[in-house]
Design a protein around this ligand. Sequence first.
Ligand SMILES: Cc1cc2nc3c(=O)[nH]c(=O)nc-3n(C[C@H](O)[C@H](O)[C@H](O)COP(=O)(O)O)c2cc1C
Length: 432
Amino acid sequence: MSLYQKIRPVLFKLDPERAHSLVKAVLHKLPDIPFADDLLLKISGGYKSDKLKTDFYNPVGLAAGFDKDGEMTKALCALGFGFLELGTITKIPQAGNPKPRLFRHIDEQSLQNEMGFNNCGSKEFSLNIQKHYPFSIPIGVNIGKNKDVQIKDSLYNYEDALKDVLKVGDYYVFNLSSPNTPKLRDLQNEKFVKELFEMAKKHTKKPVFLKIAPDIEIDKMLKVCDSALSSGASGIVATNTTVDYTLVASPRNGGISGEVLKQKSLEILSELTKAFFGRGVIMSVGGISSARDVYERMQMGASLVQVYTAFIYEGPTLCSTINKELEIFLKADGFSNIGEAVGVALGKMKGKKKYEKFQEKDKKEDKEDKKKKGKKDKKEDKEESKEQKESSKSPATRARTTTRTRTARTTTTRRTTTRRASTKSTANKPAQ
Ligand SMILES: Cc1cc2nc3c(=O)[nH]c(=O)nc-3n(C[C@H](O)[C@H](O)[C@H](O)COP(=O)(O)O)c2cc1C
């Protein structure tokens, strides 16, 4: 029995939001404690795999809603996630809905929440992130609409929030699918989605995703996603929580997540990958709790997956357990890396051919990148030899030169990380 399994009954005796606040307080403080990262890595099993090494360390990310204000990010990086999606943030800080607004359905291994985008606002969020920037894994920022902003002004509200976080994300997600902001889901229409992604293109070249609800009619969902992809979206995050209250025995208010969402999330994924595999990155989320789930979603064509509710039920070792088992599945099926398994269930040859096509495209783009990097390296070498020459100068002059060189290197590293989150590199890039 893991440590978390032992303390879970105590945590679960608390009101769910109080338990979350307690965990938040611990994870917020941890980075200030010496060797805390090592401790966390130990707890999580310290997952790192060469075999699974796509451009992400591993394909299992943390879904939006857990770290809304970017206050636990540093500690969460050490728990074995391949990436983190933070937020939802909104332009103006919001208190969210009145409490209680988070409920457990323990028998169904599910949660229900009507949080209502409680968050510190995009400006403060950005400052929180910058305190620990850059991170060891890619960071996604999930953006929502303020409750008090009228539907007709939504585009500007999303735009203003996006502008505040342009420096701190490796990818962005427009959330039009929370059930807890009145009329938000009405924005899941082709016209608005087109305007939204065309607006985003003006501000960033980083990947931008659309997060959709599981309760939308399939035809409509496909049209909305098509509109997003045609207007510059890199992919789709599917899905948010459901408002199908028949799924749990004693429903409360708000969106339901976890085990009971699994079937719906799978159905949506299947439709999405049939329609868009190869055209956009699909991140699957909803009821994922095991390596078997992850493997199934990826074979169905998801390039990445996310977890939330299972993290609450299973605790900090969830990711390392999943990733270790995932490696066993890959080995048993003769895949040398996770990229090879993506989409194979869509039809073995079809998936394989598509995969090879992407590999060729990847190789071409890598060559171009290497060329560009070569030029950049030469420039940095020049700066370094200049730095050596300057070493005979005063210490203050030396410090200034070194800082400049370091900044140049950091920028290069950040760009590389950003590329990691890009459509082609996440979708099908094979292990190195
Ligand atoms: C307490 C809670 C808060 C959430 N907050 C957000 C949010 O702010 N933004 C968002 O896009 N999704 C939010 N979600 C939805 C999750 O990101 C995820 O899409 C959903 O829970 C399904 O995944 P799961 O079954 O693994 O939990 C929240 C979920 C929970 C349980």
